[in-house]
Design a protein around this ligand. Structure first.
Ligand code: CP
Length: 327
């Protein structure tokens, strides 16, 4: 850890994004997640930390990883869990987000985890309910728990030239984020989190997929994959949203793969490069299939760490401090 004195409690009440979380808070979550990770390796993967706390998972958008890992995290902490999907609910009869959330909270729930297609939906909820709100992905805005699990995964990588990664000090680490930056909540949250921990970031993708304000993000930008991979320690490929092709942002999936996809030849040329992807992967588009399954891909480590990070976030936002996991 750097010189700072470690804090034991979060300053925020909610996790809406990483834009306003500082390095201290991010490191507290990551330290706590590392402890939580030990629970997942025990024969009985459960601690009583959230006994008596009721968590509602409000998912208005499709999800596999985030939804399952939040539910697992809640159950590992002994919380009571309620799952809500927009399909089959009164949302299909026209009920608003505000009314849905207020009605659920009237049943005496404590924490809402929300995924919604509209940027700002979690912030909106904090105006109308008293409970803790956790953003599980809001449109193209932020996906903070994804970035936190990415940071934890990077901290576990053994890179000789960066011996302080395990202390969550990413000074000088080179991370390239590849793909559709404009529409990626994963990219945005990772930029905030990686910068807070000291990493150097390169964004690479078609110019049509770069936000207009990109220079203000304090990152390097290129549309050449070779440049992005030169000296890069970790390459984070983003999912191409296939519907974007019809919007004309890139000519074809084959062309995208040829220009921006990581293939075996890139791993051979860059022998220390590690590969990340938030999922779901379009095999043969962002990453060649052999790269997804390669020993230098840490994609499944990201998924495992997702449970630990979500346990940490739930624990800390529910008022936890100090050790959560006992012996
Ligand atoms: N990474 C991620 O958010 O995946 P899901 O959409 O499956 O939750």
């Amino acid at each position: 850890m750097t010189e700072e004195i470690a804090i034991e409690q979060l300053k925020h009440r909610h996790l809406l994004g990483l834009a306003d979380y500082d390095a201290e808070e991010i490191r507290l979550i990551l330290r706590t997640a590392r402890e939580m990770r030990t629970v997942l390796d025990r024969p009985i993967k459960r601690v009583p930390s959230l006994r008596g706390v009721t968590v509602v998972n409000l998912f208005f958008e499709a999800s596999t990883r985030t939804r399952i890992s939040f539910e697992l995290a809640e159950k590992r902490l002994s919380a009571d869990v309620v799952n809500f999907s927009a399909s089959g609910s009164s949302v299909s009869k026209g009920e608003t987000l505000k009314d849905t959330a207020q009605n659920i909270e009237a049943m005496k729930t404590d924490v809402v985890v929300i995924r919604h297609e509209s940027p700002g939906a979690p912030h909106f909820l904090t105006r109308w309910i008293d409970g803790v709100v956790i953003n599980a992905g809001d449109g193209a805005h932020e996906h903070p728990t994804q970035a936190l699990l990415d940071l934890l995964t990077i901290a576990e990588i053994d890179i000789a030239s960066h011996p302080r990664l395990a202390e969550f000090d990413f000074s000088g680490l080179s991370v390239s984020i590849l793909g559709d930056i404009t529409h990626s909540r994963v990219a945005r949250s990772n930029i905030y989190g990686l910068k807070a921990l000291g990493a150097e970031i390169t964004l690479c993708g078609p110019r049509t997929m770069m936000p207009v304000e990109v220079e203000q993000l304090g990152v390097r930008v290129t549309d050449r994959l070779d440049e992005a991979l030169e000296g890069c320690d970790v390459a984070m490929a983003l999912r191409i949203q296939l519907e974007r092709q019809s919007a004309g942002l890139f000519p074809s999936l084959r062309e995208y793969h040829n220009r921006f996809g990581i293939r075996l030849e890139h791993l051979e040329r860059h022998p220390d490069l590690r590969i990340m992807h938030p999922g779901p992967v379009n095999r043969g588009v962002e990453l060649a299939s052999e790269v997804v399954d390669h020993e230098r891909s840490v994609i499944l480590d990201q998924v495992t760490n997702g449970v630990a990070v979500r346990m940490a976030v739930l624990y800390l936002l529910s008022g936890g401090s100090g050790s959560a996991v006992g012996k």
